[in-house]
Design a protein around this ligand. Sequence first.
Ligand code: TZP
Ligand code: MG
Length: 270
Amino acid sequence: MSAGARVTRVRGFYGVVDLRPELALEHVRGHGHGLEQSGIEGVLAAHVGKVDGPAHGTERERERLLVRGMELARQLLGGGAGVVQLRMKRSPVRVFLDVAAAVQPIVHAAGALFIVNDRLDVALAVGADGVHLGQDDLPLDAARSAAAGQLLIGISTHSPAQAAFAARGGADYLGFGPVYATSTKEDPDPVQGIDGLLAAVSAVSAATAGMGSGAPPIVAIGGITPELAREVAAAGAAAACVISAVNSAPDVTAAARRVAAAFGRRIGAP
Ligand code: TZP
Ligand code: MG
């Protein structure tokens, strides 16, 4: 499938498997998971290479992150996520790689797109559909040449001007926010509000008016709840990225389904 065809699937609910070591640990304890219950042994055998003498604690933590990552991916997909991003801000790259290798086939089996946050090398290594880069990550041009056409490149933007610039530079899709206040991101940029989102939609459309590729989809992010998802959809966002209000919901799948429904997405449709 071409990159153009794939990017049209950035719509509806854009889910994030956001793994932090302490949260994964709490979750596994709270739910009394046995590793055997989750099928983790097969995954470890299939995907995880030998590590040079890991400490016992590191190995256990990796197993927990694998269990939690696969479980959360399945729940987000069950709720109709068309895109699943893996975000692991505080783990060694080898652990990130192992979780990405385990989550990728789950996302692809559901017909959704798999995006890796921050790390282009991990995205390429596991055959992801794309990489998501922030303003301080690899610049778009460098990422484009390193990816050699193999990855969609999404760029985080935090103002209408940044959004227009990234669109003009050929980003495949844009993250835009925080639209509302968030506590998920450390040191977030200023809240943009619905007015900021409306301004970004217009700025991106004006910036790409003469370009054959058209305007890239805008994924609204930051403090979005299932209730607020309708508001960002009405403002012109193609998708909503909801982290805490879905990932911390008592029923993750049901919360995801409500976000997807705000975009009129049929559950189970690719
Ligand atoms: N970028 C801008 S806001 C944000 C990121 C990664 C976090 C969004 O998380 P939440 O929990 O949906 O507010
Ligand atoms: Mg980043």
